[in-house]
Design a binder for this molecule. Structure first.
Ligand code: NAP
Length: 478
C-alpha cells in the first residue's frame, strides 16, 4: 500500500509559487500584445449601453487583463452632451469629445465602439471606422440587419474585425454560440423570443389576467417599454434580430423588409384563456427555418405548447432555441436588454478582438461564413401549420355552419370548436382550431371569413408553433 502524505505547504512558499506563476504567464503574453503595449479603445455613445459598457470596462479591468494578458485601454469617449455628464469615475487620462470623427480618426484608437443608435450616424461611423482601418464593435441591430454585408465587405477590405454580439439578445452570447460553439452543426431552424418588452406584456396578461393596455402601462412604468412602444409591440425590433440570426444560422442575407411581421396588440386576455384550454400559451416568436431549398423567416404571435422550452420563458428574458441536424435542440436564455448585460456583450467583443490583435491572428468574422448564398424565401404554399382562429360575433343561428362551409370549400379540417361561457350575445367570442393545412389555403379562407357580416371585429389568426420535442403533427414540427 502506498501512503501519500498531504503535507501542508508553508504559506510563504505558496505565496511565492503563486507570484512566480503569475509573472511567468504575464511575460509570455505581453510582448505579443500589439505594436503598442495595450489595445486602445474609443467609445461613441454614452447612453444606456454606453454607460453599461464603460462601467464593465472600468470595473472588470483587472479580470480582463488576466484573461487577455495585456492592457485594454480606454483612450477616448464621445457623446454630444459629454461635458454635462459626470464621468469622473473614468479617470483623467480618458479623453472626452463631442465629435465622433475625433474618435474614428484618433491615431491612438485600435477599436471603435458605436453605441449611438440613430441609423444614419451609426452607418457613417461604421464606414469611417472600417475605411480608416479600425476594428469596429456595435450594438446596433438595425445597422447590422440592413447593412451587414456592406460592413463585412469593408472590414474584409481593411483586414479588421467586426463585433456584433450585443445586437441580439443583449447579455446572452447567442451569436458567439452559433458562430463558434456550433460551427459544425447544420441548422434546420432558429426560434426566438427576442423582445423583452413584448414578452413581459404577454406574461403579465397570461399570469395577471391584465389587458394589453394595462400590461403595456406596467411595462412603461418599469422602464421596459418606450413612451411610443410601436417598435417593440409591432415586432419591428425582433425583425432586425431574426434577420441577423438567419444570416448566422444559414449564411443567407435576408432583406429585412421581406420578413413578414405581426405584433401583439390584438392579443386579448380571452386568447390566453383559450390557449390554456388547449394546453398552450402565447408568445411573440421570431423564427427562421429551412423548408427544402427555401427559408421561412417571420415574426408573429404564436401558440406555444406548455411543455415546450419557449413557453417557460417569462418577463423580459430572451431565449433562442436552435435546432440542428445532429445536435437537436439547444436553448440559450438570458437578459435580452439593459445597459449592464448589453455592456458585457460589447466588452466581450472588445476582448475577443483584442485577443486576436494580441495573437497577431486573423480577423473576427461576425457571421461565420465566407461563402454566402442568395436566399429563396418560402411562399405561403410552401408552409403548413395548424391554426387558432378567434372570432367575435353578434350571436345568431347558423354562424358555425357558415364558417365551417368556407373551410370545407378550401379543404381545411376543423380540429375543435371552443367557447367560453359568456352572456354578451352582441360580442361573443369563440375559437376554432384547424388541423395542419397549407397556409395558402388558410389565407384564402381568411379572406372570405374576414368579410362575414356577423363579425364585430376582424378575426385573430395565429399558427401553432410546436417544437419537435412536443411530438405533435403540426406543420411547424421538424
Ligand atoms: N438599451 C438597450 O437595452 C439596448 C440593448 C441592445 C442593443 N441596444 C442598442 O444599442 C445602441 C445604443 O442604445 P442606447 O439605449 O444606449 O441609446 P441611448 O441611451 O439613447 O444613448 C445614445 C448615446 O449616443 C449619443 N449620441 C447620439 N447621437 C450622437 C452623435 N451624433 N454624436 C455623438 N454622440 C451621439 C447620445 O449622446 P447625448 O445623450 O449626449 O446626445 C447618447 O449618449 C442602439 O443601437 C440600440 O439599439 C440597446
Amino acid at each position: 500500500m502506498v501512503v501519500v502524505s498531504l503535507g501542508v505547504v508553508p504559506a510563504r512558499l505558496e505565496q511565492k509559487r503563486q507570484k512566480e506563476t503569475f509573472i511567468r504567464t504575464d511575460h509570455s503574453v505581453s510582448p505579443n500584445c500589439s505594436r503598442h503595449s495595450a489595445v486602445r479603445v474609443g467609445v461613441i455613445g454614452v447612453g444606456t449601453v454606453g454607460t453599461g459598457t464603460l462601467k464593465a470596462f472600468v470595473e472588470h479591468q483587472r479580470e480582463v487583463k488576466r484573461r487577455l494578458g495585456c492592457e485594454l485601454q480606454l483612450r477616448v469617449v464621445c457623446s454630444r452632451s459629454i461635458h454635462r455628464r459626470d464621468l469622473s469615475w473614468l479617470g483623467r487620462k480618458v479623453e472626452r469629445t463631442t465629435d465622433w470623427r475625433a474618435v474614428v480618426g484618433h491615431p491612438e484608437v485600435d477599436i471603435v465602439v458605436e453605441l449611438v443608435g440613430e441609423i444614419a450616424t451609426a452607418r457613417a461611423i461604421a464606414r469611417a471606422a472600417l475605411q480608416g482601418g479600425k476594428h469596429f464593435v456595435t450594438a446596433n441591430k438595425q445597422l447590422v440587419a440592413e447593412y451587414g454585408m456592406e460592413l463585412v465587405e469593408l472590414s474584409h477590405k481593411a483586414g479588421v474585425s467586426l463585433g456584433i454580439e450585443a445586437c441580439v439578445a443583449g447579455g446572452a452570447p447567442v451569436l458567439h454560440a452559433i458562430r463558434e460553439g456550433l460551427a459544425g452543426e447544420q441548422f434546420t431552424a432558429v426560434w426566438g423570443i427576442l423582445n423583452g418588452t413584448t414578452n413581459f406584456i404577454l406574461t403579465e396578461m397570461e399570469r395577471g389576467g391584465r389587458t394589453f393596455q394595462q400590461a403595456l402601462a406596467e411595462a412603461q412604468q418599469r422602464g421596459y417599454a418606450e413612451p411610443d412602444p410601436t417598435f417593440d409591440v409591432e415586432g419591428y425590433d425582433a425583425r432586425y434580430k431574426i434577420a441577423i440570426l438567419a444570416m448566422l444560422c444559414f449564411g443567407q442575407p435576408v432583406p429585412v423588409q421581406s420578413i413578414p411581421v405581426e405584433g401583439i396588440r390584438r392579443i386579448g386576455v380571452v386568447d390566453f384563456a383559450y390557449a390554456r384550454r388547449l394546453d398552450h400559451t402565447i408568445r411573440l416568436i421570431a423564427a427562421a427555418r429551412r423548408l427544402g431549398q427555401r427559408l421561412e423567416v417571420f415574426v408573429r404571435p404564436m401558440l406555444v405548447a406548455r411543455d415546450s422550452p419557449l413557453a417557460a420563458v417569462s418577463g423580459t428574458t430572451n431565449a433562442i432555441l436552435l435546432e440542428g441536424n445532429k445536435g437537436g435542440q439547444t436553448l440559450i436564455t438570458g437578459r435580452g436588454a439593459g445597459g449592464e448585460p448589453t455592456g458585457v456583450a460589447v466588452l466581450s467583443d472588445i476582448v475577443q478582438i483584442a485577443r486576436a490583435i494580441a495573437a497577431g491572428s486573423s480577423r473576427l468574422t461576425p457571421f461565420g461564413y465566407t461563402h454566402w448564398r442568395a436566399v429563396r424565401l418560402a411562399a405561403p404554399r410552401d408552409r403548413r401549420a395548424a391554426f387558432y382562429v378567434r372570432l367575435v360575433v353578434r350571436d345568431r343561428p347558423g354562424i358555425l355552419a357558415t364558417v365551417s362551409s368556407i373551410f370545407a370549400r378550401h379543404r381545411i379540417n376543423i380540429d375543435s370548436v371552443l367557447q367560453e361561457p359568456s352572456t354578451e350575445k352582441q360580442r361573443l367570442p369563440f375559437v376554432l382550431t384547424l388541423e395542419p393545412s397549407s397556409e395558402d389555403l388558410v389565407l384564402r379562407s381568411a379572406k372570405e371569413i374576414n368579410r362575414l357580416p356577423f363579425l364585430t371585429e376582424p378575426p385573430l389568426w395565429m399558427p401553432f408553433a410546436e417544437s419537435s420535442q412536443a411530438g405533435d403533427s403540426s406543420g411547424y414540427r421538424q
